[in-house]
Ligand binder design. Structure first.
Ligand code: SF4
Length: 187
């Protein structure tokens, strides 16, 4: 890889194949070289993790981007959100869940020497863009060599576009956010 491409690398934390399709294509259009990081210990079962991973692999291969997979470790999530199990969606449990995934994305970017990171989580209308940006930016306050790209992927019909990409690719489309605590309330 040429030096300019190395410098344009950005680590994109991907929550799933559906949400990450449009962010990958937009980042590519903007001149970035996205490296996708699938890190989702929040998923309630390994079966669900594997279903979403398979969808993610299809999306990455469609756009020709590198995919890094964080092995499934649900205990890490359960320990991190302990005591917040009954919080409503978008509440304190979700803040911690997002913090856990972005912490790991920041650490992975650092480990790989990638200077920027961001997340596909912001494309969902169910997620708070400002809060996610604050969490992402908080890691960079004392680590000036890495920056968080605060880009609202749902702008310009981003959510519709990402859904259309997932339908075109025929990937698995889940009907719940991910953890067991939100699943019971949504069914
Ligand atoms: S509802 Fe979604 S964001 Fe909230 S804790 Fe569960 S998996 Fe994480």
């Amino acid at each position: 890889m040429e030096q300019s491409q190395e410098n344009n690398k950005i680590l994109l934390h991907a929550c799933c194949g559906i949400c990450s399709g449009y962010p990958i294509s937009l980042l590519q259009e903007e001149g970035y070289v996205p490296v996708v990081y699938f890190c989702n210990p929040n998923l309630d079962t390994e079966e669900e993790f594997n279903r979403r991973l398979e969808a993610q692999q299809k999306v990455c291969s469609h756009f020709g981007v590198e995919l890094i997979v964080e092995p499934y470790n649900h205990k890490e999530f359960l320990d991190f959100v302990k005591g917040l199990e009954n919080e409503p969606e978008r509440g304190a449990r979700c803040d911690k869940c997002i913090k856990l995934r972005l912490t790991k994305a920041f650490q992975k970017a650092k480990e790989l020497g990638i200077k920027q990171f961001t997340t596909s989580l912001v494309i969902s209308p169910h997620k708070n863009f400002q809060k996610i940006s604050q969490i992402g930016e908080s890691f960079c306050e004392t680590n000036l060599d890495i920056s968080y790209l605060s880009q609202d992927f749902k702008k310009k019909d981003g959510f519709l576009k990402t859904n259309n990409i997932s339908k075109e690719l025929g990937i698995y489309r889940q009907n719940y956010c991910g953890c067991e605590f939100a699943k019971h309330k949504q069914q």
